[in-house]
Ligand binder design. Structure first.
Ligand code: 5GP
Length: 192
């Protein structure tokens, strides 16, 4: 695989605000030209505000497994019973064109990308300011979701809080604007 472009991995527990940070980063015109976000495959059910092709490619279990077998998936994870994975074809095409890619992944995915692209990847862990904020964000997002899933996400999020040592950088997402500026600073320093 051609490795001209670079990969930015943003990770963090459910409710840490990592996808909002990614979207805010892409609002900078200068970065928008160079960066492209990867849309993952998942077998998790679509939430009401999500769109197929924009937030995820929502797949049936069998379709995900077929792609996995056909080696169409660069890295993958199973999170709370559902599969999530990154398209190998997309990543390789973007890198060949010299583009930078932003991936929002869990720890397993972040470690895998770091192993595959040790020199041209940067991993960032996003922390919520407090457990209380985390709980509020998860509850808000999962309004229509079962109480049980909220509890599972929260439990897992608490475990994930202790994994920041595996990443190149950690950002505390207390004030969104400040967190975006910090993320931009890291990106400009590391990826230009
Ligand atoms: P959610 O269901 O909240 O959208 O995502 C659950 C978790 O899966 C989040 O930590 C998210 O970053 C992670 N995730 C989403 N897509 C991928 C992927 O393609 N690969 C990996 N490893 N993790 C992913």
């Amino acid at each position: 695989m051609n490795k001209r472009g670079k990969i930015l991995v943003i990770s963090g527990p459910s409710g840490s605000g990592k996808t909002t940070l990614r979207d805010k980063l892409l609002e900078y015109a200068s970065l928008k030209r160079k960066f492209t976000k990867s849309v993952s495959f998942t077998t998790r059910p679509k939430r009401s505000r999500e769109r197929h092709g924009r937030d995820y490619f929502f797949l049936k279990d069998a379709d995900f497994k077929r792609r996995l077998k056909a080696k169409e998936i660069l890295e993958w994870t199973k999170y709370l019973g559902y599969y999530y994975g990154t398209s190998r074809g997309f990543v390789s095409k973007q890198l060949e064109q010299g583009k930078c890619i932003i991936l929002c992944l869990d720890l397993k995915g972040a470690l895998r990308v770091k192993r595959l692209f040790p020199r041209n990847s940067v991993t960032i862990f996003v922390l919520p300011p407090s457990l209380r904020t985390l709980r509020q964000r998860i509850e808000k997002r999962c309004q229509k979701t079962k109480k049980e899933e909220i509890a599972r996400r929260l439990r897992l999020a608490k475990e994930e809080l202790n994994t920041s040592r595996h990443y190149d950088y950690t950002i505390v997402n207390k004030n969104l604007e400040r967190a975006v500026r910090e993320l931009r600073r890291i990106v400009l320093e590391e990826m230009h």
